[in-house]
Design a binder for this molecule. Sequence first.
Ligand code: FES
Ligand code: FE
Length: 437
Amino acid sequence: MKMEEFNPDRPGDLVDPNTGWVNRRIFVDSDVHAMELQRIFARSWLFVGHESEIPAPGDYVTRQIGNDPVILVHSSDGKQRVFLNACTHRGAMVCRADGGNSPSFYCPYHGWTFRNDGTLHSLADKPEAYKNKINFEDYNLVQARVGNYGGLIFATFDEEAPGLEEYLGNARWYMDLFFKRTPNGAQVLGAPVKWVANMNWKYGAINFAADGPHALAAHGPISRMAIDMPMEALIEIAKNGPAVRMGNGHGCIFVPGPQGFPDWTGFDPQMVPLYQQTLSAGQISQLKNMFNGVMTVFPNLSWVHFPVTLSPKKPPINFFNLRVWQPTSASSSEIWAWFLADRESAEEYKQQSLQLGIQTFTAAGTFDQDDSEAWAAMDAGSRGTIGRQRMSSFQMILASEEDLITDFPGPGEAYHSTYSEMSEFGVLLKWREMMQG
Ligand code: FES
Ligand code: FE
């Protein structure tokens, strides 16, 4: 299948909602990428950090909103704030550390200083030198809108964007299963690991929304080792696991364990009563036999959660890996990945979860290496003059549209199989809507 001519006035047409064909240009073209930064990243609520990264007044971390650097800070007046990391004098970054604690940010060029609530504190010269010709309030740091759901802090500079709760919509029910399942919620286990991948950011977002069949092809050998389950059983559970299209581009899969799989495999047993106290019956029904939970919040936040063991003698333990697919160009992304755990969980469990997570996911993790190879291969095969004229197929949707689970307990549309491509294609439907403008 060959592409239609690309019409820059209608970039959303590159995704055909009726046939499941997607023009490969959306993954490799720098013009499309520039439009995405405007139409998607500057207009969406983007994840900038977890509240456990900035617990004390003065704590801050530096992040990205699209291609803009920002500072997420717990300001001295107790608020979570996000600022464009750019001096209001002439635009130099006022903070170059990954994180720390500070009452203020100091611009390295002319020495203007800003308090951690964004207000201008001091200038190179005395304020009187301006002879009342300027309004200093216009020189406070540029502040984003900030929202917090389940400890996840999101921000946007778009005044027109809907509120965060509305933006997340149905995704909240599913986010609760991971971030709000105990009274105190989740915490990060350290700073994010960052690495560069030769891939468009959407490959990751779509894969985590999520792609069932790749697991066996791309991760076959390591799956057998880390999951200790015969290949046939893995295929069976992936085929029979629900894929949920939540609307607004958010999607997930829940792969249940195979027959005889004990409830709460991999979870810290001490947490189970807390889950039962915190979540609804419908949420518990999904969590207790969840073997593999993978989700994307549009556009570029994803997570993966499942039990692994790298020793046949030890029972599996869940790891919980959160990441953003940070766009750096059409064909490259930075991946920033955190590990999380329930705050109330025992320290020993958290450490084991972290160690197993690092061995399987993140830059040195076996699963991430498999995926990175596959995504780089898609980039290489699609980037050329001929390659970018071809289409990518999500045509399994044509066979799956009727395949709804009618009694699924969560909101949104749940389809019978992680092979359905329905939740993955949901990411691209939202992409299409936002790109159309
Ligand atoms: Fe920051 Fe001049 S650019 S003080
Ligand atoms: Fe994968």
